[in-house]
Design a protein around this ligand. Structure first.
Ligand SMILES: C[S@@+](CC[C@H](N)C(=O)[O-])C[C@H]1O[C@@H](n2cnc3c(N)ncnc32)[C@H](O)[C@@H]1O
Length: 286
């Protein structure tokens, strides 16, 4: 009997999907990073989702570029004295196992129970390089997340918050509330997140929208303000590493995209231009 289950069953299946791009990158001779766990973590469902996405767009270069840029920003934070990384909506990310990290670093992963149970099962025999803790939590539960942030921020000197592939799924109100809650603990100093321009979100909705809508995971948030979007909550942009610029540097673009990558970019609003970046924000107390 044919299955009536959607290919992407829920928001957590998007973690299986993006893990496929880390697996593909790992297998390239010129890989920008290596994630030896990604293929196993993505599993059959991840492969099926990626195949459906490939049929809609072959331009998959932004995914490994995003991972590479997040890796670099995290490594820079740790080298600069960061003592804690809080990865919200960590999904199947395996950075605590694959990055060169000091054993004293504390790494906390937060996500929904099902995906963390699945991941823990796959990685059971592996050893993380730093102190790793997993928290099963629905981040939409505001009271519970505030308690968690207060707990994690209390004894951190210099924590980096990571949200990779999360913000675009939130409404403006949800994203602003998250920014506000993240600004409360004094130990939460910096935040690395990915942002897309309104123009890029429209393009992605055209390409992938139906599959994501079926999973009740529509792409919703692409702030017109760009990296300054959370300034009202106290998060100031430090830098934005544009995917297209970095993909050009790393030789990952076709000739047409290489020409587009030469166009100057503003530091703020990108409007209808397709643009995405890994953004580093810093909490500044007024
Ligand atoms: C696109 S995946 C990104 C996963 C990972 N950060 C990465 O880049 O590979 C989105 C993740 O957000 C998680 N997520 C979405 N809504 C959430 C919520 N309310 N609470 C906890 N996790 C959530 C999903 O379970 C999924 O793992």
């Amino acid at each position: 009997m044919p299955s009536t289950e959607p290919l992407i069953r829920n928001i957590s299946d998007t973690a299986r999907w993006v893990a496929v791009y880390r697996a593909r990158e790992t297998e390239r001779p010129d890989a920008l990073f290596r994630d030896p766990y990604a293929r196993r973590l993505a599993g059959k469902r991840g492969e099926e989702i990626a195949a459906a996405m490939d049929a809609r767009s072959r331009a998959d270069w932004p995914f490994p570029i995003r991972t590479y840029l997040f890796d670099s920003l995290i490594a820079e934070h740790v080298r600069g004295g960061g003592d804690r990384v809080v990865n919200l909506a960590a999904g199947l990310d395996a950075r605590p196992y694959r990055m060169d990290l000091p054993p004293s670093l504390e790494w906390i992963e937060v996500d929904l129970p099902e995906i963390l149970d699945y991941k823990e099962g796959i990685l059971a025999a592996e050893r993380p390089r730093c102190a790793l803790r997993r928290v099963r939590l629905d981040l939409a539960n505001r009271e519970a997340r505030r308690d968690l942030f207060a707990d994690l921020g209390r004894d951190a000197r210099n924590a980096l918050i990571v949200t990779e592939g999360l913000i675009i799924y939130l409404t403006r109100e949800q994203a602003s509330a998250l920014a506000e809650d993240l600004a409360a603990p004094p130990g939460f100093k910096r935040w690395v997140l990915d942002l897309a321009s309104p123009g890029l979100r429209k393009m992605l909705v055209r390409q992938f929208g139906t599959l994501l809508d079926e999973a009740r995971a529509p792409l919703r948030f692409s702030p017109d303000e760009g990296p300054a979007v959370f300034e009202p909550q106290g998060w100031h942009p430090v830098e934005a590493r544009s995917y297209v610029k970095w993909a050009a540097r790393k030789g990952r673009l076709n000739p047409v995209m290489r020409l587009l990558a030469l166009l100057p970019e503003s530091k703020g609003r990108q409007g209808s231009r397709p643009w995405a970046a890994a953004c580093l924000l810093e909490r500044r107390v007024p």
